[in-house]
Design a protein around this ligand. Structure first.
Ligand SMILES: [Zn+2]
Length: 224
C-alpha cells in the first residue's frame, strides 16, 4: 500500500473489478450460447446427426450473431474438420448429402466446405452439383479458400505416409547431418512434441540435443 497512492489503488481495484465482470459476462454469454445450441441441435452433432455434440465450433469467417456462427459438433466430426485424424470419405458420404440441406446456414456452409474436400469423389461431386446456397452463404463458404486448394497437399506425413499432427512424437529413421552444428541426430533419436511448418508440409520442427531443428518429414516415423 505504501508504494502506490490511494488514487492509483482505487483505480487498480476498479480495473480488477471490471476485469472480473467481463470474465463473468463472457461466461454467461458462453452458457447462453451453449443452451441455445443445445436447443437447436437437441444435443446431437449438427453434421452427422448421430453422435452426441460435445463441442461448440465457431465456423471460420462468419459475420453473423453467435448463434448463427457456431455449430454443435461431435468429437469425430471436429477431429476430421481440423484434420487431427485421417479424413474418412465413407464417414462423410453417409450423411453430408442429407445434412447439406440443413436450415442452419452455418451447417450448410460447413457441409459445403467438407464436400469440397472430397470433390474428386463422385458422391461429393454429385452432392455439390445439387446443393444450392444463397449468395451470402456461398460467399461465406468460399471465404476459407479451401475449395481452391487440395487439403491433402497441406498435410504432414511421415516416411510411411502416416498423418502427423502438432504435438506428436517421431523417431529419426536415419542419421541427420545438421549443417553448421554439432547436434547429434542419430537414427532412432526420439523427437517429442513436434511442430508442423504451416507453410511447408515437408517440414516439421522439434528439439534434438536441446536445440530446435527443422526436419524433413520423410526422415521421421511417428511413434505415438
Ligand atoms: Zn458429428
Amino acid at each position: 500500500m505504501s508504494l502506490i497512492s490511494i488514487e492509483n489503488y482505487q483505480k487498480s481495484i476498479k480495473g480488477n473489478h471490471i476485469y472480473k465482470m467481463s470474465i463473468f459476462a463472457q461466461k454467461v454469454k458462453n452458457m447462453s450460447l451453449s443452451k441455445e445450441l443445445e436447443t437447436r441441435s437437441n444435443g446431437s452433432c449438427e453434421l452427422c446427426e448421430a453422435n452426441p455434440a460435445n463441442n461448440i465450433y465457431s465456423v471460420p469467417h462468419a459475420t453473423g450473431s453467435d448463434l448463427d456462427s457456431n455449430i454443435h459438433l461431435c468429437d469425430k466430426c471436429l477431429a476430421q474438420i481440423e484434420i487431427t485424424e485421417e479424413l474418412e470419405s465413407a464417414y462423410w458420404s453417409a450423411f453430408l448429402p442429407n445434412t447439406m440441406w440443413s436450415e442452419v446456414a452455418a451447417v450448410q456452409v460447413m457441409a459445403w466446405r467438407m464436400l469440397n474436400r472430397f470433390r474428386d469423389e463422385t458422391w461429393a461431386h454429385d452432392a455439390l452439383e445439387m446443393l444450392y446456397l444463397n449468395e451470402d452463404d456461398l460467399e461465406w463458404a468460399k471465404a476459407s479458400g479451401e475449395h481452391l486448394t487440395n487439403v491433402e497437399d497441406n498435410l504432414h506425413r511421415d516416411c510411411n505416409g502416416t498423418l502427423l499432427i502438432g504435438g506428436d512424437s517421431v523417431s529419426l529413421i536415419k542419421d541427420l547431418d545438421v549443417k553448421g552444428s554439432s547436434i547429434n541426430a542419430k537414427m532412432g533419436t526420439a523427437v517429442r512434441n513436434i511442430r508442423l511448418d504451416p507453410n511447408n508440409s515437408e517440414f516439421i520442427e522439434g528439439k534434438v540435443d536441446g536445440q530446435n531443428i527443422v526436419i524433413l518429414t520423410k526422415f521421421v516415423r511417428k511413434i505415438n
